[in-house]
Ligand binder design. Structure first.
Ligand SMILES: *Cc1c(COP(=O)(O)O)cnc(C)c1O
Length: 377
């Protein structure tokens, strides 16, 4: 089976993990956690990084640190992986969904601006939804598939309407907007090291920020809020959201290979575009000149989505449709969804992701392309 986006363990993973096993430093503290955090911050161009047990727990921690309350709204795109919305629901707040742009598949900033202009009002302590008077303290842009929206415009809107940005940059390790790394635009950003992400620790995550106080609080909160090095003294309800040293050891080995992985992802998307751009009605994700994406997960848009999915999966080439739009899931069906023509549904019904592991061979890429072409013959 050709995996959609599988792990690539070609470096020092065994060496570093073995060192953890041999020394016994496998658990919640150890030099690899510190090293991994340092590498993550350096790569993202932020001052601080705090490792977490997953991307989801990184997002949840960020929202707790912002003081998101049960009666609040947090703005998020309608097309994302469910973890974004779960993290909002964990705080008791409600997601406020914005429809997606048909071409970039990011949150539609025209709709966002229209919503903020017409449906919200400013009070001295923030932004409020006019219809029910509930607060909208934050926005979570998601860099869908490693692409990014017009960040200048998003930053301006956030400032104008008093919204704090937490970036769900979990898919965007190695993505840049005007030379600045994803995750470094918001007050906090997040990464995921799940098995299908561009680098993996089996499971894991990271919070990045330039704010020292927030970084310290993030570490505190994710390690059970223990406030004394000796006694079991804790000063708030904390979480066991830390990343273990043995996973961080894998992370360090993976970070060492990240430039090579990014290079390979660029070759993979170039291969697919070269072979498929003029086949049938196939289109690729639209990326602005300001964005240098990591091309984490090559995805095509076609009216023959179902046929392409079938032929690839029938031939052991794993491919997947886009996420079901959040408003179509039962848990979110009563949440606000701002849209004009529900482009999310259109994108969902036309897009599919195709095999793109960094260790895929060119021959396998060619085989995938040949199968896709068969559909259109
Ligand atoms: C991967 C991902 C996450 C985090 O997932 P974890 O599996 O918890 O690391 C969050 N949001 C999006 C959009 C993702 O793709």
């Amino acid at each position: 089976m050709l995996l959609l986006s599988g792990p690539n363990m070609g470096g020092n993973e065994i060496k570093y993990v073995t060192e953890c096993l041999e020394t016994g430093w496998v658990s919640s503290v150890g030099s690899y956690v510190d090293k991994f955090e340092k590498m993550a911050a350096e790569f993202a161009g932020t001052k601080y990084a705090v490792a977490t047990s997953s991307g989801t727990t990184a997002l949840h921690t960020c929202l707790i640190l912002l003081g998101i309350q049960p009666n609040d709204y947090v703005i998020a795109p309608n097309i994302t992986f469910i973890a974004t919305l779960n993290s909002i629901k964990y705080t008791g707040a409600s997601p406020l969904l914005i429809d997606t742009d048909e071409h970039s598949w990011q949150m539609d900033l025209n709709l966002l601006e229209e919503f903020l202009q017409n449906e919200t009002e400013q009070k001295e302590n923030g932004c409020y939804y006019k219809k029910d008077g509930r607060r909208i303290p934050a926005i979570m842009p998601v860099h869908v598939l490693g692409n990014m929206c017009d960040m200048d415009r998003l930053l301006l809107l956030a400032e104008q309407y008093n919204l704090t940005i937490v970036e769900d940059s979990t898919e965007a390790l190695g993505s840049y907007y005007k030379g600045r790394h994803a995750g470094s635009f918001g007050l906090m950003g997040t990464f995921s090291y799940n098995g299908n992400k561009i680098i993996t620790t089996g499971g894991g995550g990271m919070i990045v920020t330039n704010n020292e106080a927030l970084a310290k609080k993030a570490k505190h909160l994710t390690t059970q809020a223990k406030s004394d090095p000796f006694e079991y003294m804790h000063d708030q309800i904390g979480y066991n959201y830390r990343l273990v040293n043995v996973a961080a050891a894998m992370g360090v080995a993976q970070m060492e290979q990240l430039p090579g992985f990014l290079q390979r992802k660029k070759e993979i998307i170039a291969f697919y575009k070269n072979q498929l751009a003029s086949v049938g009605d196939i289109e690729f994700q639209q990326v602005s000149n300001d964005v240098n994406p990591n091309w984490w997960m090559p995805t095509i848009k076609t009216s023959r989505q179902k046929d392409v999915l079938k032929i690839l999966n029938d031939h052991q080439m794993q491919s997947r449709p886009f996420w079901v739009p959040m408003n179509q899931l039962s848990m979110f069906k009563d949440d606000l969804y701002y849209n004009k023509t529900d482009r999310s549904d259109f994108v969902y019904r036309h897009c599919l992701s195709i095999p793109c592991s960094t260790n895929i061979s060119n021959q396998d890429l060619q085989n995938v392309c040949n199968k896709i072409k068969e559909v259109f013959q």
